[in-house]
Design a protein around this ligand. Structure first.
Ligand code: F6P
Length: 319
C-alpha cells in the first residue's frame, strides 16, 4: 500500500486533531503518501481531498475540533454514495482509509471494506459508546468540561439553596453522566441504561433536606429524556422546585486533555500500522491500557456496556 487517506466523521470530539497528526506522521514515517479528506464522507463523495505533509499537522495536537472538519452524510449510507466515494479513491490512487468517528462513521467504513477498500476505524466521540474499547478519543476532555461546569453550578446552587438538574450529552449512553456524577459527588445520576427511578430521586432529595442539606445536583444523561420534562415530573410528583441547565455543545469543544492526546496518538499510529500490515475492517481500541483491535462488524453488533459497579458505587456514596 502506497497511498492512504484519513477523514473525521460524525460529531467532532477533542483529540481528533491529535489522531489526525499521528496518522499523518506515522504514514510519513513509513514513507507512505497520506491524503486528508475534508468534511467526512461528504468530502469523499465530492472529491474534497488534499495531500498532507509533516507541516499540515504542525501545531494542532492541542487544538479542539478537527482540521479536516466533519459531517454526518446520509448519501454515504446509499450504494450510490459509496460508489461515488470509491470513484474518488480510485482517482487519487488511495488504497485504504482511516476513519475517525463513532458508530455511524464505522458503518461507512464497513461498507467500503466490503467493497474492497480496506478501512480502519479510530473511535472518536465524546459519548464513549463504542464496544471493544474502554475509552473513545474525546471522552476524557468532555468529562472534564462537564465537571468544570458542574463545579460552577454547585457554587450558585449552594448560595441559593437550590436543586439543579444538569443535562449532559452521550446520545444513548450514560458514561458521561455516570463519570461526571461520580467525579462531582452528584446526589442522583440518571442514565438510559437504568430504568427511571423518579421516586428514588425524590426520596433522596427529601432525605437530604431532612438532614439539613441545602442544595442538590442531579445529573441526567440526554438518553433519558429532557431535563426540563424531568423537572416538571419532580414538580408534579413532589412539589419540589428545581433549576435546569442543559450543557449542550460546549461539551464537544476545547483543548484535549493529556489523556485524550496520548490515546489519540496511540490509536492513530496503530491504525496506520494495521492498514499497512494488510488488516481491513478493524477498529483500533484500548482495553486495560493495551492497544487492541476488533472486527468492525463485531464492534457494531455489540452494545457498549456501562460500568455497573461504578453506578452502584455512585449510589453508595450519595446515600
Ligand atoms: O455523538 C456526539 C454527540 O455530541 C452526542 O452526544 C449528541 O447526542 C449528538 O452528538 C449531537 O449531535 P449534533 O451536533 O448533530 O446536534
Amino acid at each position: 500500500m502506497n497511498k492512504i487517506g484519513v477523514l473525521t466523521s460524525g460529531g467532532d470530539a477533542p483529540g481528533m486533531n491529535a489522531a489526525i497528526r499521528a496518522v499523518v506522521r506515522k504514514a510519513i514515517y513509513h514513507q507512505i503518501d497520506i491524503y486528508g479528506i475534508k468534511n467526512g464522507f461528504q468530502g469523499l463523495i465530492d472529491g474534497n481531498i488534499e495531500k498532507m505533509d509533516i507541516g499540515s499537522v504542525g501545531d494542532i495536537i492541542q487544538r479542539g475540533g478537527t482540521i479536516l472538519r466533519s459531517a454526518r452524510c446520509q448519501e454515504f449510507e446509499t450504494d450510490d454514495g459509496q460508489n461515488k466515494g470509491i470513484e474518488q479513491m480510485k482517482k487519487h490512487g488511495i488504497e485504504g482509509l482511516i476513519v475517525i468517528g463513532g458508530d455511524g462513521s464505522f458503518r461507512g467504513a464497513q461498507k467500503l471494506t466490503e467493497k474492497g477498500y480496506p478501512c480502519i476505524g479510530i473511535p472518536g466521540t465524546i459519548d464513549n459508546d463504542i464496544a471493544g474499547t474502554d475509552f473513545t478519543v474525546g471522552f476524557d476532555t468532555a468529562l472534564n468540561t462537564v465537571i468544570e461546569a458542574i463545579d460552577k453550578i454547585r457554587d450558585t446552587a449552594s448560595s441559593h439553596e437550590r436543586t439543579f438538574i444538569i443535562e449532559v450529552m452521550g446520545r444513548d449512553a450514560g458514561d458521561l453522566a455516570l463519570w461526571a456524577g461520580l467525579a462531582d459527588g452528584a446526589e442522583s445520576i440518571l442514565i438510559p441504561e437504568k430504568k427511571d427511578e423518579l421516586q428514588e430521586v425524590i426520596n433522596r432529595l427529601r432525605r437530604g433536606q431532612e438532614r439539613g442539606k441545602k442544595h442538590s445536583i442531579i445529573i441526567l444523561a440526554e438518553g433519558v429524556g429532557s431535563a426540563f420534562d424531568y423537572a416538571e415530573k419532580i414538580k408534579e410528583s413532589a412539589d419540589l422546585e428545581t433549576r435546569v441547565t442543559v450543557l449542550g455543545h460546549i461539551q464537544r469543544g476545547g483543548s484535549p486533555t493529556a489523556s485524550d492526546r496520548v490515546l489519540a496518538s496511540r490509536l492513530g499510529a496503530q491504525a496506520v500500522d494495521l492498514l499497512l500490515s494488510g488488516e481491513a475492517g478493524r477498529i483500533a481500541g484500548i482495553q486495560n491500557n493495551r492497544l487492541v483491535h476488533h472486527d468492525i462488524s463485531e464492534v457494531l453488533a455489540e452494545k457498549h456496556m456501562i460500568d455497573m459497579e461504578m453506578y452502584q458505587l455512585s449510589k453508595e456514596l450519595s446515600i
